[in-house]
Design a protein around this ligand. Sequence first.
Ligand code: CA
Ligand code: CA
Ligand code: CA
Ligand code: CA
Length: 420
Amino acid sequence: MLYAAATLFFWNHSFNSAIAQSTFTILNDGFNGSVTQSVVSGGNFMSGNSAGADRPQSTAFAFSGSGSFGVSNNTETVETEFSTAGMCSPQMTFKLASWSIGSSTNGADNGDFVLVEISPDGGNTFYPTLEVNGNSNAYWGYGATGVASTAYDGDNNQVNFQPGGGGLRTTDGMSTITVTNLPISRRVMVRITLDNSSNSELWTMDDWVVTGTTVPTLTTTGGYTCGTGSVALSANTNLCGVTPIISWFATSTGGATIQSSSVTSSTYTTPSISTTTTYYAQENVMVGMDVTTANSNSTATNRGLTFDVYSTFTLNSVDIRFRKSSNTVGVITGVIQNSSGTTLHTFTANAAGNNGTIAIVTANVNYTLAPGTNYRIVLSARTNVDRLYTTNGIAAASHFGYGAITGMPMKIIITSTTGM
Ligand SMILES: [Ca+2]
Ligand SMILES: [Ca+2]
Ligand SMILES: [Ca+2]
Ligand SMILES: [Ca+2]
């Protein structure tokens, strides 16, 4: 009896060590005199300690580092935008304190609030998700043990938290604010609004952190047939809400795709085989910020992204938004650099279109990156192109010129813009 078996391997299997579900940081803003990944308005960076007449008294305005961000008798907003595509369990948290300034009897009242709104679509629609209110001149420090935590659910009803009364709050002073289950989207926006109504009231926030966990690796299942025949193979993935393209190959690297579809569970039926034959499956997902329109641009070169890689993956392509400066087809040259600025890989893309046209090109990169931090992907040269555009709506968190990174598997987190 002939015994034929078909086996298959995850593409680049040999490059992958075991991938554990690990937590990584998407955003971390400490408000120590400036912001790095968010945009603030209406408030002030706070440093030093409160006065003896304040409550809490003689206490650092910062939870960690040298500063925090605060507001008195005003409305302040703190916003950011990021992609959660290709990760699991994204969530955010920050520290919050309520102060009585120049008095031992003020603090936040019922009408004073801290509101967290979440947008899954780049700010077109914001959903109020969590709100902390004051109560009868309530004040508390970062050491208060109250936790305000809820899961994003995409409806218009926020979950409210409020201390039980006024004065110094301990167990119901909401010093830790957490929203879990953030939407999976290439354009998540978060807006935090802090509002109060007196110069003797002060909200401060610090240590805004957004985290996610890595997605599991594609799993494959082989098969066999008794005698010559075809064999059904399967490849399954769980990318926490993102559907990849699963492709099949007869060779371990390169070669033609023999089947490809946008699914989370793919079956490939081999041709009739009579000996053990190996096939290969690959998943390819689109991640990174969506490329959008009508944002700021730069005529400078050396713009791009800084990013971290959490496990070996092949960066297939990036989308680049540019403006033509000639009717002649141009060339955009980009490089991937390591954290020291050493160029690891160079790639090019043709930039078509008439003079003045703003267009997006998908540049094929096809470079395999090992785990590491502070990789850079930047423009290095251009012809007949005079500027790159940001890819999202918030300037400080923007991803200059590059978005829509595709890779396999997705284990990349864009941490900041470089060359700004
Ligand atoms: Ca800080
Ligand atoms: Ca008050
Ligand atoms: Ca809700
Ligand atoms: Ca008030």
